[in-house]
Design a protein around this ligand. Structure first.
Ligand code: ADP
Length: 225
């Protein structure tokens, strides 16, 4: 599903070069739930941006579903991202003026043609997230846990190949966090490939596999332990 080969990403700051990713190779099979863990500054966000086609490697290759996405220009990358990758962020990234249903439907707005099945799918996903009675509410009328569930519904709308979650429970109280993690477990149990980034060992322990990153390199991988 995911295959990274010797991916590097350097930043030039002042006269210095920082290797945010320094030859990262790893693969994620379809249906696996992987957690990427590491301290602040270790390269987690850079890796997640790469996995999400928000950034391109300076060298190395990234294949998603067998497609070499590292060669895509911006337009192809954003189209591919909209169709094949779902994102869940720490701060939810919902649009405050749109309703819950409209937020969940956002990826549909970027399609070239209409896809009439998506409205029904958004409804079904929001029902599954326990939000069936909140479709017309604005995000501001919801709790943090509910907002994150809207974001998960939105991330799943297009039936993505890969669901990426960046500290998805970082802004939640422990009960809502447990709820959201249970939902991610459920989504994974139904076959979704999930990659989650966290610095929280308890959150990471929910995953099937843990990949540790430090100084832009993979430090450990429970799959090869
Ligand atoms: P993490 O998500 O684990 O905190 P990051 O991927 O954000 O780590 O950062 C990895 C390294 O790359 C850090 O040293 C960081 O300072 C550097 N870095 C990340 N983004 C940029 C950027 N846009 N410009 C310069 N340096 C960056």
């Amino acid at each position: 599903m995911v295959c990274m080969e010797a991916v590097t990403r350097h930043y030039r700051v002042g006269g210095q070069t920082i290797a945010a990713l320094d030859g990262v190779s790893f693969a994620v099979p379809r249906g696996q739930f992987t957690a990427i863990v590491g301290p602040s500054g270790s390269g987690k966000s850079t890796l997640l941006n790469m996995l999400g086609c928000l950034d391109r490697p300076d060298s190395g290759r990234y294949l998603l579903e067998g497609v070499d996405v590292s060669t895509f220009d911006d337009e192809r990358a954003s189209d591919f991202r909209n169709r094949r990758i779902g994102f869940v962020f720490q701060s939810f990234h919902l649009l405050p003026r749109l309703s819950v249903l409209e937020n969940a439907m956002l990826p549909a707005r970027f399609l070239r043609g209409p896809d009439p099945g998506l409205a029904a799918r958004a409804h079904a996903l929001l029902d599954r997230m326990g939000l069936g009675r909140h479709l017309r509410h604005r995000p501001g009328q919801l709790s943090g846990g509910q907002m994150q569930r809207v974001a998960i519904a939105r991330a799943l709308l297009m039936t993505p190949a890969l669901l990426l979650a960046d500290e998805p429970t970082g802004n939640l109280d422990s009960r809502s966090a447990a709820d959201v993690l249970a939902l991610l477990d459920e989504v994974h149990a139904q076959g979704q490939t999930v990659v989650l980034v966290t610095h929280d060992a308890e959150v990471a322990a929910r995953a099937q596999r843990q990949v540790g990153i430090r100084d832009g390199r993979i430090e450990f991988d429970s799959a090869s332990a």
